[in-house]
Design a protein around this ligand. Structure first.
Ligand code: G4P
Length: 282
């Protein structure tokens, strides 16, 4: 399948980031814990060159716990400040203020030497569509405020959000990039729902997900759809046919509705109902 989705509003959003980057000390990059490499936008590396960086492994509740540990080690080994979080529940966010301070230690020190007091760290929050940026900002604003007793307020134009005396955030729209490195990257982004589903061949995509799940998460898959006898010989088509039966996906005249079964599977996967699944490992 040809995965490509770079609508005009993303070009515009990228320009907005380029225009603001001069004001920024820190890039807070949200990645999806289920696809921590495929969800990293190479344009952000270019844009955020020479800026401090924190990587948030978000939606960690949907990803394999062991894989999360491997990814955290991977990013730390690469010299990044990284944190495993669940923006929805707020888990992990308490540690962020400390990590931001650590990541920006050089700037804080520089300001102190120059006698500049109380200049907040300015951070840009970036990530692909649907990675959880809004959820993160809302949750973190809550946490940051409980901690400092400050109220979040909007400052300097509408996208700047004042978290507390130490930190201001610039929210940005989720963007992808014009050409994915490989079909696998495109497929992973499509699977987690960062692309517009309307441009995708969903039943084929579900088939590819099934091939992966059969190879790596066979027991969880079998348990979710009460399928017995799943083994090395079981194919994606077998599972899809079973989901038709198990979830009563039929067209008129009892003909199996594979498209419907595919959408059941995709929704179950995206909502974590098959279990905690990671699609790529370091
Ligand atoms: P965006 O601004 O980057 O586009 O993402 P947004 O915050 O709108 O989040 C996209 C979806 O991901 C939302 O679900 C949100 O609840 C969910 N989400 C964000 N962070 C996490 C996380 O750490 N774990 C889990 N499990 N989900 C997360 P939604 O279905 O669109 O909305 P809702 O029904 O949850 O309100």
């Amino acid at each position: 399948m040809n995965y490509q989705w770079y609508p005009g509003h993303m070009t515009k959003a990228k320009r907005m980031m380029q225009e603001n980057i001069g004001l920024i000390d820190l890039v807070i990059e949200l990645v999806d814990a289920r696809i921590p490499i495929s969800s990293r936008n190479p344009d952000i590396d270019e844009l955020g060159r020479n800026k401090f960086r924190v990587i948030l492994l978000n939606k960690s509740d949907l990803a394999d716990a062991e894989a999360n540990r491997l990814w955290m080690t991977h990013f730390k080994d690469k010299g990044f400040h990284a944190l495993e979080v669940n923006a929805k529940s707020g888990q992990g966010l308490r540690e962020l203020q400390g990590i931001v301070r650590e990541a920006c230690r050089e700037k804080i020190e520089r300001d102190r030497k120059r006698g500049i007091k109380n200049r907040p760290i300015r951070a840009i929050v970036v990530g692909i569509p649907n990675v959880g940026k809004s959820t993160f900002i809302n949750s973190f604003a809550g946490k940051a405020c409980t901690k400092t007793g400050n109220k979040p307020g909007v400052t300097k134009g509408k996208q700047w959000i004042r978290m507390n005396r130490e930190l201001e955030l610039l929210d940005t729209p989720g963007i992808l990039w014009p050409k994915f490195e490989s079909e696998e990257v495109g497929r992973n982004l499509a699977l987690i729902g960062s692309m517009n589903d309307e441009i995708l061949e969903m039943t084929q995509l579900a088939g590819e997900l099934l091939v992966y799940l059969l190879a790596h998460y066979r027991e969880q898959l079998a348990a979710r759809y009460q399928m017995s006898g799943v083994d090395d010989r079981t194919t994606a088509a077998d599972v899809l046919a079973h989901i038709c039966e198990n979830r009563k996906c039929y067209k008129k005249g009892q003909e199996p509705d594979y498209d419907k079964a595919a959408s059941v599977l995709m929704e179950d996967f995206r909502n974590g109902r098959i279990g905690r699944i990671t699609l790529e490992l370091p």
